[in-house]
Design a protein around this ligand. Sequence first.
Ligand SMILES: NC(=O)c1ccc[n+]([C@@H]2O[C@H](COP(=O)([O-])OP(=O)(O)OC[C@H]3O[C@@H](n4cnc5c(N)ncnc54)[C@H](OP(=O)(O)O)[C@@H]3O)[C@@H](O)[C@H]2O)c1
Length: 320
Amino acid sequence: MKAVAIQAFGSPEGLAVIDLPAPIPADGQVLIATEAIGVSGADVLIRSGALAAYGFKEGHVPGGEVAGTVTAVGDGVDTSWIGRRVWASTGGGGGYAEQAIAPVEEVLPLPANLSAAEAVTLGSSGVVAHFGLSHAHFAPGESVLVRGAAGSLGIMTVQLAARAGAAAVAVTTSSVERGDRLRKLGATHVLDRSGEGGEDAPTGYDVIIDIVAGVDMPSFFDKLNPNGRMVAIGAVGGQPPADFGANMMAAFKKSMSFATFSADTVSEPDRRAVRTEQFAAASRGELQLVVHELLPLEQAAPAHRKMDAGEVFGRIVLTP
Ligand SMILES: NC(=O)c1ccc[n+]([C@@H]2O[C@H](COP(=O)([O-])OP(=O)(O)OC[C@H]3O[C@@H](n4cnc5c(N)ncnc54)[C@H](OP(=O)(O)O)[C@@H]3O)[C@@H](O)[C@H]2O)c1
């Protein structure tokens, strides 16, 4: 089968189309003929080599999220899965391929009126957005700032916060056009990347969901209300400065909290329950799923170049 592997860490040119034997599902796994493969910020970090410390090696086939049809199952898996259209988390890679393996507990049937491409914009990001907001103890009536809202995580966070009754949903983004699109998804105030602008924007927020981190992170800590909570769910801008902790301590009297959140800490049944509810909501048209562009699998490198250039609003989806 055709697959795309990271032959060399670094630029997108390190991605190469290769031939691999079709994988064979082991106990508890399913084999999926892929129809849509999500290209995520995590894939970009893995390709760059930034996550080598987590065990990712050159030769790795990236791709954590696919949708398609189950064609075979391993021992212990109900054969009724065969022939079903599903969304799946591959659990760490192997998705950039014509056929991919996933553990059956990470596989969800696709609602009939949800396309495979739409499913891979929602399956992972929806769960991170949902549990990121709950990790921040977000409650209806509170104000929320989503930093780095134009990616798939941010787009879902904006929609979920708005649906849940946030008093305000401010976003940071780099262009007026993106701001207008985010408004249509539920944003009430559009700020620039440094958190400035946004007519009548709140001066403080109860919750900040931060997808960017990076050197500017402490200046956003200053935008929390007393008892406010900032949760980092991504770090597309790199690590915060070394004095981040000192900045937090300087604001001691505001009783603010900072936390990281990873969906890896959510139990599989809890992830499944939320995903099932979100897929149903999307199929009823209550969640907007933003596919930036469909590209053939062979164009994984151009897809990553677009990610690197910051051109992507929503998610790029590869098709085999
Ligand atoms: N917590 C979890 O369980 C979990 C799960 C999966 C992924 N992740 C993490 O989530 C992140 C990817 O999320 P995503 O795909 O939604 O993000 P993304 O699309 O890669 O980036 C989101 C937006 O952030 C803005 N941005 C990018 N670089 C920036 C910078 N240096 N300064 C300020 N703004 C910047 C860009 O929008 P503008 O140009 O409009 O500003 C971009 O569209 C990764 O860090 C990944 O590791 C976390």
